[in-house]
Write a protein that binds this ligand. Structure first.
Ligand SMILES: Nc1ncnc2c1ncn2[C@@H]1O[C@H](COP(=O)(O)OP(=O)(O)OP(=O)(O)O)[C@@H](O)[C@H]1O
Ligand SMILES: [Mg+2]
Length: 486
């Protein structure tokens, strides 16, 4: 391999077909004269543009047709010509410099063309060299060169991550892998499961229990997940009323008044609330507005007056405190309005418990969050709630539903295949990597392969095949043609 050209942080390397270099591989350009090494990553492999090559190829193809079978290479130069015709140009991006064994993000120097040696560097050797943390490893899968790739649980701790890619590429699978990886280290995880896909986390592929069974708690709103008004503070119920059910300002004032009266009487229940609204004096419109919201609460089936059957978040988290655990909120078959109610309750409660230090921190995994997360929550989750100890991982196949500023703040992105240019454009706005890398590599990622970008890999983008899991897959698309007909 020979160094050919450098422009900004791009570098072009001439390579022979036998060099066996693929997209995503890392190359070390070592300038022996000054003992500096440039770390570069191949983002595209092209044919070398040799002057006169087109003419040569054309001449070749015509001569092949005319004198087929005869020795047309009396001087024996064809192997040499073939070598030139097959020469490759590797388009690489500079990722850093190693000088005196320390890594610098510096690409301002120019290695010698004549005295530089270029070698392929295994990804694990590179990550070890740049000082990747080895504690609490979560095995992701294998890299292109066949070596195992792990990130550490620290990479999810206190961070904001995004898992994105087109439909069916394996996003939810990776997200499950991360959830279980965190549970292994006794973390508390909350999953907002839109399609009921995570309900099988505690079951093995064959259907029996697996090692996580006792630590996975599936909560289905209206079934085994019901809450009582009495446990709910005013702030949480107000969030439900205002944001999920759109209660206007004047009615909110009246609602607060009613709630406070009920509090004083120590009689907070659905029944008492209905009665109090009926009894409330004042404006008829206000009463109607309150009643319509009240019936939404009742119809959701999410509330109960029976304290015994009510779910207490606090108790559930108590269970996860020692051994860790995942609370899967199963939002499958839950209507859009009810979803909002459940969400406002869940997030409101999480923030409350975190604020009171009843919980140290929680990892939140949200699938297609734009379908239930209101506008103001986005900013809140990535800025304020992070300081409270709520660390979010968004999973989506529609990258444009996540705002640009959230990409900019994301610490790591797990990128699966995208073919659509617009989607790639959106993802490439992530500040942590150049857009050429994203566009060139993500377009050709096979299913179940992802490109890791950002802090999880110390800003050295790495391609990996995600490993399989021994858990029962749920939420697959129901098909009509399931069996081949005779
Ligand atoms: N690394 C893997 N090894 C084995 N099977 C996998 C892997 N990744 C995904 N799968 C399987 O491929 C199928 C699709 O994966 P998954 O549901 O994770 O895709 P997705 O990207 O979340 O799709 P969607 O956009 O529809 O939600 C699933 O049946 C899953 O079990
Ligand atoms: Mg999915």
């Amino acid at each position: 391999m020979r160094l050919y050209k450098k422009e900004g942080n791009s570098i072009q390397i001439l390579s022979a077909p036998s060099d066996d270099v693929e997209k995503g591989d890392y190359l070390l350009v070592e300038d022996t004269t000054i003992n500096r090494k440039l770390i570069t990553q191949v983002i595209d492999v092209q044919f070398a543009a040799v002057p006169g090559l087109l003419e040569e190829l054309l001449r070749d193809s015509t001569s092949e047709e005319q004198i087929y079978g005869e020795d047309f290479d009396p001087l024996g130069v064809s192997s040499h010509i073939n070598h030139i015709q097959d020469a490759r140009m590797l388009i690489c991006k500079i990722r850093g410099t190693i000088q005196n064994d320390t890594l610098r993000v510096n690409s301002s120097w120019l290695p010698s063309r004549s005295k530089s040696g270029i070698t392929k560097i295994p990804i694990n050797a590179l990550l070890a060299h740049v000082g990747c943390n080895k504690e609490l490893p979560i095995n992701i899968g294998v890299t292109n060169d066949g070596s195992p790739l792990s990130i550490t649980a620290h990479d999810l701790d206190g961070r904001l991550n995004i898992i994105t890619g087109k439909k069916g590429t394996g996003k939810s699978h990776l997200s499950k892998l991360l959830v279980l990886g965190l549970v292994d280290y006794k973390a508390t995880v909350v999953v907002l499961d839109l399609n009921g896909e995570y309900t099988g986390l505690g079951l093995s592929t064959k259907g029996g229990e697996n090692q996580y069974s006792s630590r996975v708690h599936v909560l289905t709103p209206g079934a085994n997940f019901k809450v009582s008004l009495a446990q709910m503070g005013l702030s949480v119920i107000l969030k439900i009323m205002i944001h999920a059910l759109g209660l206007p300002g004047t009615s909110t004032r009246e609602f607060k008044h009613i709630w406070k009266t009920l509090c004083q009487q120590r009689n907070i229940s659905l029944e008492a609330l209905g009665e109090a609204i009926k009894q409330s004096g004042g404006n008829m419109h206000v009463r109607d507005a309150l009643f319509s919201r009240y019936y939404s609460l009742v119809n959701s089936g999410f509330f109960t007056d029976n304290e015994e059957s009510a779910t207490s978040f606090e108790k559930l988290f108590e269970k996860t405190k020692n051994d860790g655990g995942a609370l899967v909120i199963n939002l499958k078959d839950v209507s859009a309005v009810d979803r909002q109610i459940v969400l406002e309750y869940t997030l409101g409660n999480l923030v409350k418990l975190l604020g009171q230090w009843k919980l140290k921190s929680v990892f939140l995994f949200a699938e297609e969050a734009h379908l239930y997360l209101r506008e103001t929550y986005w900013e809140d989750i990535v800025t304020r709630m992070r300081h409270f100890g709520l660390f979010t991982n968004f999973v989506t196949n529609q990258p444009d539903t996540i705002k640009e500023n959230i990409y900019r703040q994301a610490d790591s992105i797990f990128l699966f295949n995208f073919t659509n240019g617009r989607d790639l454009e959106t993802v490439s706005k992530a500040a942590r990597v150049d857009s050429e890398t994203v566009k060139s590599i993500a377009q050709e990622l096979p299913p179940h392969h992802c490109l890791l970008i950002g802090k999880a890999v110390n800003d050295f983008p790495v391609m990996a095949k995600v490993r399989a899991l021994d858990i029962k897959t749920m939420g697959q698309t129901r098909l009509f043609f399931t069996e081949v007909m005779d």
